[in-house]
Design a protein around this ligand. Structure first.
Ligand code: NAI
Length: 460
């Protein structure tokens, strides 16, 4: 009996798609070559980095805020234990997916897949038949010319999660999400952290006001930024790295010595070995698989989702696409609203955004109103030493419909979701402002920012 659908890859796109497909009655299998399920996100990405962000945030609290609250604790860093706590978290999560596969009767075909022809997935010497194939093979770090990754001295995010010891000086290439999350981890652990970024601002694409505030807060935490600098190369001698970069304005070439270099300059689709060229599957110049609104590739019966296609490389975007493609294959009408996909950076404070930035609205010439509220005016935040940051809501000037929201502050990654739901329902800022929010919660800052789009907030 052929499968109704085989997903290639058990990351957030593939495993969620497979579970939904099985729940909808499709005979489903997933091909995965890693030893454990969950893809990059669960094994060497989102989940392990969050474990290290959590433990080092606790360290920061113990070092900086415990005494103020009358708690006498002298924290000691046990790096080995911190790594094994992280590994335990990974194990619980990947094991959880394995349990869900069994529960939903999904076959895990272990190994790396090739697609010899539509309707066929080859793993090792066995060819599995499937009515539909969904490529959910994810992404891998992009290579930087002149920089050789050895995952010891020069590492990608994967190596940065398993360093033998905390470096004295960590140089980070790229002030994007990975660079800043992992840079924060090592800065909290006592490393000197220097971030070198090609552009003149950190976190490209982020609302500029939030990015500026974010940079200031990270600098206060000890991170140093060299902006407008293109990294030319890294040489390693005796376990030490020497990094060369060129300042774009003056063309001056400078060098920087570091114990460890983290290369975090973006990711690209990982489709190696699938046989896309032989099949004639259309891809973009950046290697992303071209799909239509139903996730169908240029070859009938073959679909693609997640980091392997266009759009933001985010686990939750891939999950939603997995969900949608499963529904489509089951004859339903799955779809993803790409206008309401939140983005979160899990530093402290967290940064979260959804919808349009102020810069985008200006460029579109769309009249808008801005409502801003600082966490300094939020009682709960003050009690928790979390007054840094603000909520900013952008609403259409004429209709008050929410067009975007940007939060830097405590639990921003959770707070953003009430705005996402509001946007899904086409809500106005006034709808949020008139919704009762429990006191004292961080979420009151969201309400106050919504009030600021209209008659004004109460607590500022
Ligand atoms: P990114 O695209 O977010 O940032 C890369 C940065 O490197 C850019 O600012 C770019 O200007 C800079 N850069 C590129 N070449 C350079 C050079 N030669 N010298 C100096 N700077 C250079 O990429 P990142 O941080 O590697 O993340 C990869 C993907 O993973 C992203 O799509 C990100 O959204 C996703 N991710 C998401 C997370 C989250 O949602 N919390 C966590 C980690 C990753």
């Amino acid at each position: 009996m052929p499968y109704d659908v085989i997903f290639i890859g058990a990351g957030p796109g593939g495993y969620v798609g497979a579970i939904r497909a099985a729940q909808l009655g499709l005979k489903t299998a997933v091909v995965e070559g890693r030893e454990t399920l969950g893809g990059t996100c669960l094994n060497v990405g989102c989940i392990p980095s969050k474990a290290l962000l959590h433990s080092t945030h606790m360290l920061h609290e113990a070092q900086h805020n415990f005494a103020k609250m009358g708690l006498g604790v002298t924290p000691k860093i046990d790096w080995k234990q911190m790594l094994s706590y992280k590994d335990e978290v990974i194990g619980q999560n990947t094991g959880g997916i394995e349990f869900l596969f069994k529960k939903n009767k999904i076959d895990w075909i272990k190994g790396w897949a090739t697609i010899p022809a539509p309707g066929q997935v080859k793993v090792g010497d066995t060819v599995h038949e499937a009515k539909h194939i969904v490529i959910a093979s994810g992404s891998e770090p992009t290579a930087l010319p002149g920089v050789t990754v050895d995952e010891k001295t020069v590492v990608t995010s994967t190596g940065a999660l398993t360093l033998a010891k905390v470096p004295k000086h960590l140089a980070v290439i790229g002030a994007g999400v990975i660079g800043l999350e992992l840079g924060s981890v090592y800065a909290r652990l006592g490393a000197k952290v220097t971030v070198i970024e090609y552009l003149d601002a950190i976190t490209p694409g982020m609302d500029a006001e939030v990015a500026r505030s974010f940079q200031r807060l990270l600098q206060k935490q000890g991170l140093t930024f060299i902006l407008g600098a293109a990294v030319q190369g890294v040489t390693v001698k005796g376990g030490k790295a020497s990094l060369t970069y060129k300042l774009r304005k003056t063309e001056a070439e400078e060098t920087l010595e570091a114990d460890t270099v983290l290369v975090a300059t973006g990711r690209k689709p990982y489709t190696e070995g699938l046989g896309l060229d032989a099949l004639g599957i259309e891809t973009t110049p950046r290697g992303q698989i071209v799909t239509d609104a139903r996730y169908a590739t240029s070859i009938p019966g073959i679909y693609a989702i997640g980091d392997a296609i266009t759009g933001p490389m985010l686990a939750h975007k891939a999950m939603d696409e997995g969900h949608a493609v499963a529904e489509i294959l089951a004859g339903q009408h799955g779809h993803v609203n790409y206008d309401v996909i939140p983005g979160v950076i899990y530093t402290h404070p967290e940064v979260a955004s959804v919808g349009k930035t102020e810069e985008q609205l200006k460029e579109e010439g769309r009249p808008y109103r801005t409502g801003k509220f600082s966490f300094m005016g939020n009682g709960r935040a003050k009690a928790n030493f979390a007054g840094d940051g603000f909520v900013k809501i952008l609403a259409d000037k004429a209709t008050d419909r929410i067009l975007g929201a940007h939060i830097i502050g405590p639990m921003a990654g959770d707070l953003i979701h009430e705005i996402c739901v509001a946007m899904e329902f086409g809500a106005a800022a006034e709808d949020l402002a008139r919704t009762c929010h429990a006191h004292p919660t961080y979420s009151e800052a969201v309400r106050e920012a919504a009030l600021a789009c209209g008659d004004g907030p109460i607590h500022s």
